[in-house]
Design a protein around this ligand. Structure first.
Ligand code: PLP
Length: 437
């Protein structure tokens, strides 16, 4: 049994100070009915708790730690940057350096604006879309998460393709009414709603590879349909690549599926573990953002020099030219992920447990389901009890996974073949525990 006594003590104290003892809900481990390890440090593919337990980490701070934790190149650059001051609230050259590097991989982002979180990037992109088109409605897909701004905390109302209702107290009915929600990966639902009111919709926002209902890639042709119908109706298409950016492929989902969105939201990775995100797109649209245009958006800490430094060093590592004959960084991650998932599938088969394994580049996950999983309803129908047992059995064996079936796992450059093999062996025992249910 893992000894988590110090973590439990720390959690009990934290609960007196912060709602649920955490600063972001999923960290509380509530959905897997146990208490979270409190983390002391991380290095490479390992994370260590305050009880001295070591884990192989497939959460990677929910995505950004693509080069592993405390990468020496990132740490050195940060140490040097810190001696020059931690914030100026004034323009710096490094902001343009990071913008240029992002743009070289995401050419659709002809101009971009740095912000501090994914929430800020999607909220700002939607305001821009509304300001640019002069329309008020937006459309999102059930199970796609775009941060916690009011217009995005919305559930489907009654009936298919209805105007939304608040999914959290504090969101006004008026705000929610401007958000339309439909199922993800459902071509007919999308055609129907665009037919009905496409001309009133400012923007369609989508996680082009969904990562917040577990990892669910788009069906073949689905993103192309979104692009076609949004273009026909003068609706902007926003790709929220906060999670799948630099993950689905180096150039994200837009490169992997060959679709050019009007606006893109990036986050996480472009800050290398420090708080950074960005939104950007067509020059004509981005020119409407203040101070060049009338759509207001600002941030005291936006473009913070430490955050820009961590992002720049991280992106330099993953965009570096590979040695002759070697696959590039992103391809290597994809291959390691494939190996891990094949191993898990084999172990699940041996244990007689049905799973659906999903991968998009270095994003991955499994569902305990006999049926294929294409949308939120399918994900919800998967066996959550089996997931809990599997999760706990993996944690006991030193494998740190996201504590919810509705999250995605991430591979990093620091994961060794040996650690992947260990993870496959651990999975065999965890599937046996599920089979014994
Ligand atoms: N968009 C997507 C696709 C995300 O996965 C997330 C967070 O996980 C966000 C937006 C919100 O980002 P943040 O938590 O940085 O506000």
């Amino acid at each position: 049994m893992l000894n988590l006594s110090k973590s439990l003590e720390a959690f009990n104290e934290a609960k007196t100070l912060m709602p649920g003892g955490v600063n972001s809900p999923v960290r509380s481990y509530r959905s897997v009915d146990c208490n979270p390890p409190f983390i002391a440090r991380a290095e490479g593919d390992k994370i260590y708790d305050i009880d001295g337990n070591e884990y192989i980490d497939y959460v990677g701070s929910w995505g950004p730690m693509v080069v592993g934790h405390a990468h020496p190149q990132v740490v050195k650059a940060l140490q040097e940057a810190a001696t020059r001051g931690t914030s100026y609230g004034a323009p710096t050259v490094i902001e343009s350096e990071l913008a240029k590097l992002v743009q070289s991989v995401y050419p659709s982002m002809e101009m971009l604006r740095m912000v501090n979180s994914g929430t800020e990037s999607t909220m700002s992109a939607l305001r821009l879309a509304r300001g640019y088109t002069g329309r008020e409605k937006i459309l999102k897909f059930i199970g796609c998460y775009h941060g916690h701004s009011d217009s995005l905390l919305v559930s489907a109302g009654s009936g298919m393709a209805t105007f939304g209702v608040p999914s959290s107290p504090g969101v006004t009915k008026g705000t929610a009414a401007d958000t339309i929600t439909i199922p993800y990966n459902d071509e007919e639902a999308f055609k129907e709603i665009m037919d009905k009111c496409g001309d009133e919709i400012a923007a369609v926002i989508v996680e082009p590879v969904a990562g917040n209902m577990g990892c669910i890639p788009p069906k073949q042709g689905y993103l192309r349909l979104l692009r076609k119908l949004t273009e026909e109706h003068g609706t902007l298409l926003i790709f929220d690549e906060v999670m799948c950016g630099f993950r689905a492929s180096l150039g994200g989902a837009q490169a992997a599926y060959g679709i050019v969105p009007d606006l893109t939201c990036l986050g996480k990775i472009i800050g290398g573990g420090l708080p950074v995100a960005a939104y950007g797109g067509k020059r004509e649209i981005m020119s409407k953002v203040s101070p060049s245009g009338p759509v207001y958006q600002a941030g005291t800490l936006s473009g913070n020099p430490l955050a820009m430094t961590a992002g720049l060093e991280t992106l330099k590592i993953i965009t570096a030219e590979p040695e002759a004959g070697e696959p590039d960084y992103s391809r290597k991650l994809t291959l390691k992920t494939k190996k891990l998932l094949l191993g898990w599938q084999e172990k699940a088969r041996e244990a007689g447990v049905s799973i659906q394994a999903h991968q998009a580049g270095s994003m991955f996950g499994i569902f305990f389901s006999e049926k294929e999983v294409y949308d939120y309803a399918d994900a919800e129908a998967a066996d959550q009890e089996a997931f809990k047992v599997w999760f706990k059995a993996m944690l006991e064996q030193g494998i740190y996974l996201a504590p919810s079936q509705f999250e995605t796992l991430f591979m990093s450059g620091a994961h060794s073949e040996e650690d992947i093999d260990r993870t496959i062996e651990a999975a065999g025992r965890a599937f046996a525990a599920v089979a014994a249910l």
